[in-house]
Write a protein of this length. Sequence first.
Length: 198
Amino acid sequence: MFAEVFITLFVIMDPPGTVPIFLGLTGAMTSRQRNRAARQAILVAFGVIVSFALFGQQLLSYMHISLPALQASGGLLLLLVAMELLTGKSEEPQPSGNKGVNVAMVPLGTPLLAGPGAIVATMVFVQRATEPAQWVSIALGIVAVHVSLYLSMRFANVVHRVLKDSGTTLVSRIAGLLLAAIAVQLVADAVKAFIAAA
């Protein structure tokens, strides 16, 4: 389950794809400030994801939402994200003119990193977990993805020099294709569950 969690969240949160956005948002910062921004963004994203992993199930129970419904809606949401990656229509945020706004928290930490897609995917994995080993796999997968995100932002200048604009675009397209397949599988599993329940 670790591999499934890691690959899914890696594709959704897209560490290589965050490099140009991160560089754009922190362009006026010094190297030290940029490193600090990377740490803050990862901490915010990690906090949001873990919060939904821990309390998302209680929220679903309170709102009387079933797992198949969550899987179907999550699959459709991920499919929209995949289409944006495949067509290149995902919007890149511009640096805020308000100097009091910490771009590492908003929009970088959330919703760019810990966005709806990552939150829904995490909640689905938690809903499916039935054994302690699966919980550990989910936790390790989440940590591994955030470590990847931190490394990509920590060495953003180097990564961008290696991949260049065309390389980053290629990685985003491949990520979109994988994410589309994951989304279709989620919807298919939800339909099976609905049919079985009926």
